[in-house]
Design a protein around this ligand. Structure first.
Ligand SMILES: O=c1ccn([C@@H]2O[C@H](COP(=O)(O)O)[C@@H](O)[C@H]2O)c(=O)[nH]1
Length: 232
């Protein structure tokens, strides 16, 4: 994938706090991910303002609803000019196909499917009725996403190597659950370091708190970029 291999998760309560970081980075350094918190606080206008600044914006709202609703939401997200967006694979085949059809052939925005959240453990997925081991579930959902024409999936870095072997080059692997050595894991459960994630075959690392909670977010981002420059 061309361009910087990190999307910084702008998980902030307001545009003001997000902009304090955005003002210190450039589109050559990183992509920017807008998720549920910032989108709920700052809205589509803020997303458009990031696009106008030249950033590739990854809109991570994990759409999961009936096919007609998800298709319409994908169209509205595309209208914002975002670079990538997420739907949840658990929405099923009809919903995934509707999302693909709404956006047209693979291209822009890239459409990726969330498989099993990186915060989940085997016990948790069993509790919500997903049978089998996590890697098996991720592989099954990624296979469904591929059949439905999605550009790739979100999975944990711990699964990247297996997904890359199974689905080959060209199927995007986007991995949150990335923690530089010594960083608190927080609520993430299936984690690897940035270098390990890239070596495993991840195309795009999503990194939030290790950067946003740092006293010097720009230095934290630069350190991760240096780490992955030597991996692969
Ligand atoms: O399975 C998933 C899907 C999405 N995310 C999102 O990525 C970031 C990770 O932030 P950290 O602070 O680095 O943990 C966050 O915005 C999540 O909503 C994920 O973690 N896992």
């Amino acid at each position: 994938m061309e361009g910087p291999p990190i999307a910084v998760a702008l998980d902030y309560p307001s545009s003001r706090e997000a902009l304090a970081l955005v003002d210190r980075v450039t589109p050559e350094h990183c992509r920017l991910k807008v998720g549920l918190e910032l989108f709920s606080a700052a809205g589509p206008g803020f997303v458009e303002s990031l696009v106008r600044r030249g950033f590739d914006v990854f809109l991570d709202l994990k759409f999961h609803d009936i096919p007609n609703t998800v298709a319409a939401a994908c169209r509205r997200a595309a209208d914002l000019g975002v670079w990538m967006l997420t739907v949840h694979c658990l929405g099923g085949r009809a919903m995934l196909k509707a999302a693909r059809d709404a956006l047209g052939p693979a291209g822009r925005p890239l459409l990726v499917g969330v498989t099993v959240l990186t915060s989940h453990t085997a016990a948790e997925i069993a509790e919500i009725g997903l049978a089998g081991d996590i890697e098996g579930r991720v592989a099954a959902l990624a296979g469904l996403a591929k059949e439905c024409g999605l550009d790739g999936v979100v999975c944990a870095p711990t699964e990247a190597h297996t997904m890359r072997s199974r689905f080959g080059a060209g199927f995007l692997l986007v991995t949150p659950g990335v923690r530089p050595g010594g960083s608190p894991v927080g609520d993430q459960r299936r984690v690897l370091t940035p270098a390990e994630a890239i070596a495993g075959g991840a195309d795009m690392l999503v990194v939030g708190r290790p950067i946003t909670s740092s006293p010097n977010p720009r230095a934290a981002l630069d350190a991760i970029l240096r780490e992955i420059a030597t991996a692969g």
